[in-house]
Design a protein around this ligand. Structure first.
Ligand SMILES: O=C(O)C(=O)C[C@]1(C(=O)O)C=C[C@@H](O)C=C1
Length: 398
C-alpha cells in the first residue's frame, strides 16, 4: 500500500478495519476492530483515551517511522532505489492524487458532473464554476445525482447544501448519510434571481410565478409586494422552460438571467432576492475521498450521534474548542430509523426523546493532528461517527 505524507487513507486504499482508541490511559496508537468509525477516512494516529474534558496542550502526533517530523515521506539514503520490496514501482497501487475542483483531469474537460435540474439551473452554474470545461449532466432529483456517481455514469455531483437566506437543504443532509459518497470540495455561488416572463410582458401583468421552493423563499418579500401567487417547480430553469412552453402571459418564473436566454424569456426584474448577498454553498461529491493536505485551508465534515444526557452536545463541541478548531456549520436531523428513544426512569416513568444526527463542518484538515485528536476524543462518547469528507475550502472571490 502506498502511504502518503499524511495519515489518512482513502476508502479504496484503506484496509477494512476500523481504527479505535484503546482505553489505556497512556498515549497509544492502537488498532482494533470497532464499529464506530463509519468511514475508512479515520486517522491512523489518534488521541489518548480521555474520558473527561481536559486541556490538550500535551497532545503530540505519533509519527510513523517512514515520515519525518513535518509529516513528509522520508527520502531513502539511496535516492535511486526504493527502500521496500517492490523494484518495479509500476506494479504498486497508485496513490490517490489530490482532487481539486478545477484539475481533476488535466484540463477538466473529461469530467462529467451531475447536477439537479435542467440547463440554466444555478446548480449547473455551480458545477461549471467548479469544473469550467466539464460536461454537465442534468438529473431530475438530488438522489438521481447521487446514484449517477455511484453507478459510474458521472465522475462527480455538485449539489446545494445551504443558502445564506433560506438555510439548509435538509434533503441533501439526509442523502449524504444514505449514500456512500465523499465530499471532495465546495463551491459558493452568488445567486441573483430574476423575474422572467414571455417577451413583451410587463411584471404588473403577472398573476403567478413558478420556481424552485428555495428560490421562492429567497424572494419572499418581493413576490409578496407584487401580490403574485407562488407555485413550486423542480428547479428554477425548469420553471422558466414551463413558462416558455405554456405561452401564458400572466405566468412568470423566478430564475437566472442565463435561463431567460436559454428559454427565450424576458428579464422583467433583476436581483429580486430579499437579501442582496444571496449565496448558495454547494458540495462536490465523488466516489473516492481526496488525500487531505495542509497546503491551504481545508474543511472537514462529519456526522455523529450522541447518547442522551445533560451536556452531551456541550462535550462534543468542546473537543473542537479545546483544540482551537473553528466550527463553520452545525445541523441536526432526526434519526429516521430510530426517531424516538424511550428512557425508563422508575421515579418519573418513561420519557420519549427525539433522536438526532449531528452534522458538523470544522476548519481543519484531517492531516492536521488537532483534527485527528479531536475526532479520537469525540469517538469516545459518540455512538456513531462518520467522516463525510475533508476538502479545500472555497476561499475564492464570489
Ligand atoms: O433550481 C435551481 O436552479 C437550483 O439549482 C436549486 C437551488 C437550491 O436547491 O437551492 C440552487 C440554488 C438556489 O439557492 C436556488 C435553488
Amino acid at each position: 500500500m502506498a502511504l502518503k505524507a499524511n495519515s489518512i487513507w482513502s476508502c479504496s486504499e484503506a484496509p477494512h478495519f476500523h481504527v479505535g482508541v484503546p482505553n489505556l490511559g497512556s498515549r497509544l496508537c492502537g488498532l482494533r476492530f470497532v464499529n464506530k468509525w463509519e468511514c475508512c477516512c479515520a486517522p491512523v494516529v489518534l488521541a489518548q483515551a480521555h474520558r473527561a474534558i481536559t486541556p490538550v496542550e500535551d497532545e503530540k502526533p505519533i509519527i510513523p517511522s517512514h515520515l519525518d517530523s513535518s509529516g513528509a515521506i522520508k527520502r531513502s539514503q539511496n535516492n535511486t532505489e526504493s527502500s521496500g520490496f517492490h523494484k518495479d514501482l509500476s506494479l504498486l497501487p497508485k496513490p490517490l492524487s489530490v482532487t481539486e475542483p478545477s484539475s481533476s483531469s488535466s484540463d477538466g474537460s473529461k469530467v462529467r458532473v451531475a447536477y439537479q435540474g435542467i440547463p440554466g439551473a444555478y446548480s449547473e452554474a455551480a458545477a461549471l464554476k467548479a469544473y469550467p470545461k466539464s460536461e454537465t449532466v442534468p438529473c431530475e432529483q438530488f438522489e438521481a445525482a447521487f446514484k449517477a456517481v455511484e453507478l459510474w455514469l458521472v465522475d462527480k455531483a455538485v449539489l446545494p447544501i445551504e443558502n445564506s437566506v433560506g438555510g439548509s437543504i435538509h434533503r441533501n443532509y439526509d442523502l449524504l448519510l444514505r449514500h456512500r459518497l465523499h465530499i471532495v470540495g465546495e463551491v459558493q455561488l452568488v445567486v441573483n434571481h430574476c423575474l422572467l416572463g414571455l417577451p413583451g410582458v410587463q411584471k404588473e401583468e403577472l398573476k403567478r410565478v413558478f420556481s424552485h421552493p428555495q428560490a421562492l423563499a429567497q424572494c419572499e418579500m418581493t413576490l409578496s409586494k407584487l401580490g403574485i401567487i407562488r407555485v413550486s417547480a423542480d428547479d428554477t430553469a425548469g420553471a422558466a422552460q414551463m413558462v416558455a412552453s405554456s405561452g401564458e402571459r400572466d405566468t412568470g418564473a423566478v430564475a437566472s438571467a442565463r435561463a431567460a436566454k436559454i428559454y427565450g424569456l424576458d428579464v422583467l426584474a433583476e436581483k429580486i432576492q430579499d437579501d442582496d448577498d444571496n449565496i448558495t454553498r454547494f458540495l462536490i461529491l465523488a466516489r473516492e475521498s481526496i488525500i487531505a493536505g495542509t497546503d491551504r485551508p481545508y474543511k472537514t465534515s462529519i456526522v455523529f450521534t450522541l447518547e442522551e444526557g445533560p451536556g452531551m452536545l456541550f462535550k462534543a463541541l468542546a473537543v473542537f474548542a479545546l483544540r482551537n478548531i473553528n466550527l463553520t456549520k452545525i445541523e441536526s436531523r432526526p434519526q429516521r430509523k430510530r426517531p424516538l428513544r424511550v428512557v425508563d426512569d422508575s421515579n418519573k416513568g418513561s420519557a420519549k426523546y427525539f433522536d438526532y444526527l449531528f452534522y458538523i463542518d470544522f476548519e481543519a484538515s484531517m492531516a492536521d493532528p488537532r483534527a485527528q485528536f479531536a475526532l479520537g476524543h469525540l469517538q469516545e462518547f459518540a455512538g456513531f461517527l462518520r467522516v463525510l469528507g475533508c476538502y479545500p475550502m472555497d476561499t475564492g472571490l464570489l
